[in-house]
Ligand binder design. Structure first.
Ligand code: C5P
Length: 222
């Protein structure tokens, strides 16, 4: 058994189930859950609201450095605005992936993410947590699922606006593939599995099955 509060890193592409698993692990372990995708989304939201061009690296990085984030219980806030719903739209999917390509924005957010997790007791989900933010995380999981399954989940995700339109799975799948391509091929910290991460293919598994496998990878809980 270990009583030390651990750092648990969960990475993987969109729709692989990271959010659901991260929330469940944080609840089971009484740890803090940090959704780093929410931070990229919130920064993109604020830049758009302030009329800043999303390719203006210095201006967007200033937001990433100085904004006050509120991240708790699945809510995302930035500088006093609750943006939980506003940041989960197809437009914000693309905007977040766009600002996430900018090295200065990444550097600013990585530093802030390290500050959230440094004392342990955290389940942090994203694209580069096990590779860049916490390369020495105690537990590293890489969640994946087939593109069809991920598109199906996204189009049924009640927290995402795509589930409220009649866009259809094919349109969602196309947008997901474009974002995956951007996340995997960008120069700055592309999405990739850390060598020492446990790869979990969640295709065809229930949430309970995935959570059980993830928990089994946590020392003292296996
Ligand atoms: O996880 P989520 O889909 O909310 O992330 C939105 C976007 O933020 C991703 O498509 C990716 O471009 C970016 N992101 C990232 N690194 C992270 C988390 C998210 O680049 N750690």
């Amino acid at each position: 058994m270990t009583s030390r509060r651990l750092i648990i890193a969960i990475d993987g592409p969109s729709g692989a189930g990271k959010g659901t698993v991260a929330r469940a692990l944080a609840l089971a372990l009484d740890y803090r859950h940090v959704d780093t995708g929410g931070m990229y989304r919130a920064v993109a939201w604020k830049a758009m609201r302030d009329g800043i061009d999303l390719t203006n690296e210095d201006a967007v990085a200033t937001i990433a450095n100085s904004a006050a984030f509120e991240l708790s219980h699945g809510q995302v806030g930035i500088d006093g605005h609750d943006v939980t719903a506003a940041i989960r739209t197809p437009e914000m999917d693309a905007a977040a992936a766009s600002v996430a390509r900018l090295p200065k924005v990444r550097a600013a957010l990585v530093e802030r993410q390290r500050a959230y997790g440094i004392e342990g007791g955290v389940v942090m989900e994203g694209r580069d947590i096990g590779t860049v933010v916490f390369p020495k995380a105690d537990v590293k999981l890489y969640l994946d699922a087939s593109p069809e399954e991920r598109a199906r989940r996204r189009s049924q995700d009640p927290s995402h606006a795509a589930s409220k339109t009649n866009a259809g799975v094919a349109v969602v799948a196309e947008a997901l593939a474009a974002r995956d391509q951007s996340d995997r091929t960008r120069a700055a910290s592309p999405l990739s599995k850390a060598e020492d991460a446990l790869y979990l293919d969640t295709t065809g598994l229930t949430i309970e099955e995935v959570v059980a496998r993830a928990l089994a990878a946590v020392p003292g809980r296996g």
